[in-house]
Design a protein around this ligand. Structure first.
Ligand code: ADP
Ligand code: MG
Length: 255
């Protein structure tokens, strides 16, 4: 996206203004300002403990914050996370895929995917099943629909988790190290599914250590250092010509 487009484009779908988050005496997020446009793919990188998960979790209200303001698709999250209507709305509009797949172990793959649309959106079983089958096809796993999560490989489980999130027709997808718990040979199949999603125009915020993938899919890379955005920019700039000494040092350790 060029500068003119970003100025004339629609309002951002996600906006954080001066967000501060503490865990007790630990200041985990410091004055985070971040805006994500519709269709944009933002990859968040940084050392372990720098606040990446906390940032992602604040955006869909899994963590409360103490100062600042978060807006997601026109819904406002306020400090000290009250259980507001906006929070409920955000949870139905934002899909999340975690490092640990978090599938419901007692439900089949198909039922994992149909559950939320039926319960939360009130879809009937026929419609929910039709959508689920289409999504399972899309992540290339329709042959596993009747199985239970423990009968699948990690890569297959993570693709089911992706289909389950997509079944809610999210406006935004959050990923927190979706491939970090996978055996190396399964990382590619999950990244492929995410790459497809990015191509289709999904707005995505992705925490990952897969730098090759980040370079390829990101419109923007955000480097977090000790709870602050130390640098952000297009992948070519952040990876090939980092402006901040800390980014340089981090990349030299991980690349
Ligand atoms: P990252 O995802 O970048 O590894 P996190 O957001 O998980 O970092 O954690 C940022 C900091 O907040 C770390 O110092 C971590 O120990 C701390 N932290 C995370 N969750 C909690 C919690 N529930 N209670 C207290 N401290 C936490
Ligand atoms: Mg984390």
């Amino acid at each position: 996206m060029n500068h003119d487009e970003s100025l004339s484009g629609a309002d951002p779908i996600v906006r954080l203004d001066k967000v501060n988050k503490h865990f007790g005496s630990l200041h985990v997020l410091k004055d985070i300002d971040l805006a994500v446009s519709s269709g944009e793919v933002v990859v968040i990188i940084g050392a372990s403990g720098s606040g990446k998960s906390t940032l992602i979790r604040c955006i869909n209200g899994l963590e409360e914050f103490q100062q600042g303001h978060i807006q997601v698709d026109g819904n406002d999250l306020v400090p000290h996370g009250k259980a507001t209507k906006a929070l409920q709305k955000i949870r139905t509009e934002v899909g999340m895929v975690f490092q640990q797949f978090n599938l419901f172990p007692h439900l089949s793959v198909l039922d994992n995917v149909t559950l939320a649309p039926m319960k939360v959106r009130g879809w009937n079983r026929v419609d929910a099943t039709e959508t689920a089958e289409r999504l399972l096809e899309r992540v290339d796993i329709s042959d596993q629909a009747a199985k239970y999560p423990t009968q699948l490989s990690g890569g297959q489980q993570q693709r089911v988790a992706l289909a389950r999130a997509l079944a809610m027709e999210p406006r935004l997808m959050l990923f927190d190290e979706p491939t970090s718990a996978l055996d190396p040979e399964m990382i590619g199949e999950v990244l492929d599914a995410m790459r497809e999603l990015a191509k289709e125009g999904m707005t995505m915020m992705i925490v990952t250590h897969e730098m090759g993938f980040a370079r390829e899919v990101a419109d923007r890379v955000v480097y977090i250092h000790q709870g602050e955005i130390a640098e952000e920019g297009p992948p070519e700039q952040v990876f090939d010509a980092p402006r901040n000494e800390r980014t340089r040092s981090f990349l030299s350790r991980v690349l």
